[in-house]
Design a protein around this ligand. Structure first.
Ligand SMILES: Nc1ncnc2c1ncn2[C@@H]1O[C@H](COP(=O)(O)OP(=O)(O)OP(=O)(O)O)[C@@H](O)[C@H]1O
Ligand SMILES: [Mg+2]
Length: 219
């Protein structure tokens, strides 16, 4: 039984890879089987994975050659900046949920608008085969920026699944192949509640019996 997540926003630096690796670490920490597929040529998520200490809960790189019927757990797909057109359509057929990280700034909101519109027009999203959720990224609670993001999402009829604060924790952890799921510090504990909202949202995805065919021959 497998669940698939696509992390996407064509705006560069919106927090896709940060979201990918930290969510992967949380799912792995609770004992779930997690695979990562890094579609970005920069391979940041893949590099993070290769620097991950062996004593931490395992996260596996996704390997199409091993993608037979017996997959279980999660497949998390980190996508590159600029994802659009046919590649976007293809990826939306693969993932049952799309998580879109957006920072609460006028520039990021404007840059994400066309993408969210494009998502709404995709068949998989229109037919609700693929659900879209937004994560506010680098949000300082109770600021004007935070409420601007919330107001704008209301107009888009999109759920704000959670918002994550700007924290050095993510930057430091990434140097060591770690994520929030691996950290037991007080700072990490303070951030964790926000991540639980995201875990609750992804847990609502009904598991599929197997990976979509397109993924088993994905190169
Ligand atoms: N919540 C956060 N707190 C602090 N720093 C963050 C946070 N989220 C992201 N960053 C930092 O912002 C930068 C961009 O984040 P990230 O690489 O995750 O974005 P991206 O969308 O994957 O970028 P690209 O489009 O280039 O793939 C990185 O330096 C990352 O460490
Ligand atoms: Mg990235």
């Amino acid at each position: 039984m497998i669940r698939t997540l696509l992390i996407a926003n064509p705006k560069g630096g919106s927090g896709k890879t940060t979201l990918t690796v930290n969510l992967a670490s949380l799912l792995a920490a609770r004992g779930d089987n997690v695979r990562l597929l890094d579609l970005d040529r920069q391979q940041s998520a893949r590099l993070w994975l290769s620097s991950r200490p062996a004593n931490l809960p395992a996260i596996w790189p996704y390997q199409p050659s091993q993608a037979t019927g017996s997959q279980s757990g999660w497949l998390i797909i980190d996508s590159p900046a600029g994802l659009h057109g046919k590649m976007l359509t293809r990826m939306l057929k693969l993932a049952r949920q799309v998580i879109v990280p957006i920072a609460p700034s006028a520039f990021d909101i404007n840059a994400s608008q066309d993408f969210l519109q494009a998502l709404h027009e995709e068949k998989a999203v229109r037919k609700q085969k693929t659900l879209v959720g937004v994560v506010g990224m680098r949000v300082t609670p109770r600021t004007r920026a935070a409420s601007q993001l919330e107001q704008w999402l209301d107009t888009q009829s999109l759920p704000l699944v959670t918002h994550l604060q700007d924290s050095q924790l993510y930057i430091n952890a990434a140097f060591e192949g770690r994520g929030i799921g691996d950290l037991r510090t007080r700072t990490a504990e303070r951030q964790r509640a926000a991540w639980l909202n995201l875990l609750n949202w992804v847990d609502q995805q009904p598991p599929a019996d197997q990976l979509p065919d397109e993924l088993t021959d994905y190169e």
